[in-house]
Design a protein around this ligand. Structure first.
Ligand code: PNS
Length: 165
């Protein structure tokens, strides 16, 4: 597995400015970046996976990092199986706080046991430290303005298309 190929997994429901910041930073570090929408059975989804993929594609294009980024989805098993399939040697996660460290560390250790794959934690810009998809979902559902928290493509979609979701 190549240390130059990385996977950025997540629910991305919806993608936030924090996600885009981590994707931009990871794209600067690796030769090939797979941004992967993973179905998380523990979470009640707002958007269908296909919609999340479209929003990620648009947001990544708008952010100007589309060149080496591949957007995909995975619901067929372990995340490390996808990483093996694409020869990725690294998983990248954004860390906003100690809460994220506590949540991500056991997964990083399990993934290393499963497939000898490293997890790299990146710190987003502090401006995005308090942004989460769950808060964006709540603000959008209650009719609030999510523009400060999400990429323009996501703001446009939530403003015009998702009120009924
Ligand atoms: O954005 P999220 O919801 O915090 O992302 C969590 C995600 C999808 C990255 C996490 O649930 C995950 O890695 N799922 C893959 C399932 C898996 O491989 N589990 C075993 C090792 S932890």
């Amino acid at each position: 597995m190549s240390a130059r190929i990385a996977v950025v997994p997540g629910s991305f429901d919806p993608p936030t400015l924090g996600h885009l910041d981590v994707i931009r930073r990871a794209a600067a570090l690796y030769d090939e970046l797979h941004v992967l929408v993973v179905h998380n059975p523990d979470k009640q989804a707002m958007l269908p996976v296909a919609q999340r993929l479209t929003l990620l594609d648009e947001s990544i294009a708008e952010a100007g990092v589309a060149g080496k980024v591949i957007v995909g989805s995975w619901s067929m098993g372990l995340l490390v199986d996808y990483a093996r399939d694409v020869n990725a040697g690294v998983l990248v996660k954004g860390i906003r706080s100690q809460v994220d460290v506590a949540y991500e560390s056991p997964m990083a250790i399990v993934n290393r046991h499963l497939a000898d794959i490293e997890t790299v934690f990146l710190l987003p810009d502090p401006a995005h430290a308090l942004v989460s998809s769950s808060l964006v979902r709540q603000v959008a559902a209650l009719g609030g303005d999510v523009t400060p928290f999400v990429p323009p493509a996501v703001a446009r979609f939530l403003d015009t298309g998702a009120r009924g979701l």
